[in-house]
Design a protein around this ligand. Structure first.
Ligand code: GLN
Length: 440
């Protein structure tokens, strides 16, 4: 793979893609990923390569091991190219919540590449060499950047892929998934990384599938559901039209289309942010400047030391989430916030279960708008950032698989179609998206 690392360095200078780059090509070749460069979101461990999850608190951390998904890619002959830019720990929707580089949108550099896997999506779009991306989603971090950058992003069922070696955000939500320029690319990488892992007991024991078998170019008889709530207020009309165009495309190829309701969509955003922040605040407790990452001179009491490390190591959004997440778990507030959010989550899951008794896949816009400009983002309050996730959090709460697929443009910027299926239904997503890719 001569020249790939050099080329990646040039693209990085133009678009802000990498927090770390491989120094040399140590791929072994001879597998399903021979000749393919695989980029790895910064929150996934790569042996010997600085892994900071977009945070200063992990500065200098070089894992002594590979995450299972990385190891599986190496075993298939891939070159592990580097660590892609992201929001700190995945806390964001535009990849701007980080003290490090911010990835730029490949279609307009004044706009966001999306988040939190922004670097992965940007590189997937601009790479002019064989490339696949390992990314991660907690509440939409694969779908959102895939949609904004016009690439394919596949978030598998919760528990389909191993999380050994992932820097946790929220354990009941985190999933490692994939991005590629085409549906076939995404299907190939998912086939490589899915399956049981002795180091992660939360992975499904289902045997790994060859997802490329679903690239059949046929949706005859596929039942497509269109959830009314996903086309409501706040969704750009141009975006809705592009998504409906794709849905009509599926219908003209023999799929049946019906509108239905997912009544708890509106409350899923609050439920998601309460649960995600509660879990994040406990996960961040381990970053204390003792074991790995940022260290400071040991002075004063332990409390003083931890406070200094955390004050310096975490940026604003991480601190906000520690405070809000701790608050929702406190005695006296736990019932009102955290436990209520869990009950809402159950309702959201029931909505999807009911829908999947009637249809095979659900189709909706991935994001309510196209990628915003950085000057628009800097004027937004945190709550406005969170509201951008209104269409992606519900399927993430339910742990169902989803694919974002480019389905047109508005103001010159890509629009994403979001297809969702029941647990372990990735094959249906691949089948539907591939048919659209081939026949439009
Ligand atoms: N934007 C969402 C959040 O900030 C989702 C991020 C993610 O999936 N990692 O929580």
């Amino acid at each position: 793979m001569t020249g790939v690392i050099e080329r990646a360095r040039t693209l990085d200078e133009e678009y802000g893609i990498f927090n770390a780059l491989a120094e040399s090509d140590d791929s072994t070749g001879g597998g399903r990923l021979e000749g393919v460069a695989v980029s790895v979101k910064d929150n996934i461990c790569v042996m010997g390569m600085e892994t900071r999850a977009g945070s200063r608190v992990l500065e200098g951390y070089r894992p002594p091991f590979d995450a299972t998904v990385v190891k599986k890619c190496r075993e298939e002959g891939a070159l592990i190219l580097g660590k892609t830019t992201q929001d700190e720990f995945g806390f964001g929707t535009f990849s701007v919540n980080t003290p490090f580089k911010v990835p730029l949108n490949p279609h307009d550099r004044e706009r966001s590449a999306g988040g939190s896997s922004g670097g992965a999506a940007c590189l997937t779009s601009v790479a002019d060499f064989p490339h696949l991306a390992l990314a991660e989603s907690t509440g939409g971090s694969i779908s959102c950047p895939a949609s904004f950058c016009g690439v394919v992003g596949l978030t598998p069922t919760y528990g389909r892929t191993s999380r050994w070696g992932l820097v946790d955000y929220a354990n009941s939500l985190d999933k490692i998934g994939v991005m590629g320029k085409t549906v076939a690319d995404a299907a190939l990488l998912l086939s490589v990384i899915s399956g049981p892992d002795e180091y992660d007991s939360t992975v499904s024991q289902a045997q790994p599938e060859d997802f490329t078998e679903y690239l059949q170019n046929d949706v005859e008889g596929l039942r497509v559901g269109v959830p009314r709530e996903y086309f409501g207020e706040g969704v750009d009309t141009g975006v809705s039209e592009a998504v409906w165009g794709a849905i009509k495309g599926l219908e003209s190829q023999g799929a049946t289309v019906k509108e239905l309701s997912l009544p708890h969509t509106g409350v899923s955003l609050a439920s998601y942010y309460i649960i995600a922040m509660a879990e994040a605040s406990t996960n961040l407790a381990k970053f204390s400047g003792l074991r790995y990452g940022l260290h400071l001179p040991l002075e004063g009491s332990f409390d003083d030391y931890f406070s200094r490390v955390r004050a310096r190591g975490f940026s604003e959004e991480a601190k906000r989430r520690v405070i809000l997440g701790t608050f929702t778990r406190m005695a006296g507030y736990r019932d009102a916030y955290y436990l209520k959010a869990l009950r809402v989550r159950t309702r959201v899951i029931e909505d999807f279960k009911r829908a999947f008794e009637e249809v095979d896949v659900l189709a909706a816009p991935t994001m309510p708008v196209v990628a915003p400009r950085f000057d628009e983002i800097s004027g937004m309050e945190p709550i406005q950032h969170y509201m951008m996730d209104v269409l992606t959090v519900a399927p993430n709460l339910a742990g169902i698989p989803m694919i974002s697929f480019p389905c047109g443009r508005v103001h010159g910027m890509p629009v994403g179609l979001h297809l969702m299926a029941d647990h372990m239904g990735e094959g249906k997503l691949i089948r539907a998206a591939h048919a659209l890719e081939v026949r439009g």
